[in-house]
Design a protein around this ligand. Structure first.
Ligand SMILES: Nc1nc2c(ncn2[C@@H]2O[C@H](COP(=O)(O)OP(=O)(O)OP(=O)(O)O)[C@@H](O)[C@H]2O)c(=O)[nH]1
Ligand SMILES: [Mg+2]
Length: 205
């Protein structure tokens, strides 16, 4: 079965792990800086790479960002700072995204922005520049249509091609070429192998 990988990012504590765990109905034995949830959509395997939003794990996130077929950004509706911080996440991911970051209206790139914790009420957002879909992970509520539209883009050929092209460009411009061996050696030093369920090699790794 073909595998597609999605990256989940956003401030610490906004509910990324809870949301993806509930959406996929998958669970992780360990709560580590990277949790990988797996689900099936339209006969395709979807891997959901849920990264800790903690600043101290930034380097770890940077090593993986370019391998994804879609990106989810999560903020907490009851804490508008996490919405403002989406800019910070855009900056961190800029080399991997096209210019139209995060706009659900953008038909060309698989990005989903989720305002989570809608059960807690909403803190006012002064300038709503980035559109988002709302959810409550703990109450298992989300806008299914928006998630399906996103997943359709992820598995759509056009998107995959775009991500691959972006990755190729990135590698061409990469002064310090990081090989698979060096990345995996570094990761193995941080995790026990059983905590790192990487299912398959990506050809553009
Ligand atoms: N009320 C409410 N609480 C939530 C919701 N989603 C998550 N939480 C709670 O928020 C806290 C943080 O959730 P996590 O899923 O660990 O947050 P995270 O974004 O993965 O955090 P990091 O891994 O540290 O980046 C937990 O106590 C969750 O139970 C929600 O929709 N509503
Ligand atoms: Mg988490």
């Amino acid at each position: 079965m073909e595998t597609y990988s999605i990256c989940i990012s956003g401030d610490p504590g906004v509910g990324k792990t809870t949301l993806i765990s509930e959406f996929t109905q998958d669970s992780c034995k360990y709560s580590s800086p990277i949790n990988i949830f797996v689900s099936v959509y339209q006969n395709k395997t979807i891997e959901w790479w849920d990264f800790s939003g903690n600043e101290c794990h930034k380097n770890l996130r940077l090593m993986f960002y370019k391998y994804f077929d879609g990106y989810i950004f999560v903020h907490d509706l009851s804490n508008s700072k996490t919405y403002r911080n989406l800019k910070k996440w855009r900056k961190e991911l800029r080399p991997w995204l096209n210019d139209n970051f995060g706009l659900l209206k953008d038909e060309s790139f698989p990005v989903l922005v989720v305002g989570n914790k809608c059960d807690l009420g909403r803190e006012e957002i002064e300038e709503r520049k980035i559109d988002y879909t709302i959810a409550s992970a703990t109450e298992r509520q989300w806008e299914n249509k928006e998630w399906e539209r996103f997943l359709d883009k992820v598995i759509g050929n056009n998107c995959k091609g775009k991500v691959e092209r972006a990755n190729r460009q990135l590698e061409e411009n990469n002064d310090e070429l990081v090989t698979e061996e060096t990345i995996m050696d570094r990761i193995r030093n941080w995790f026990k192998p059983e905590e790192l369920p990487i299912t398959e090699k990506k050809s553009n790794f």
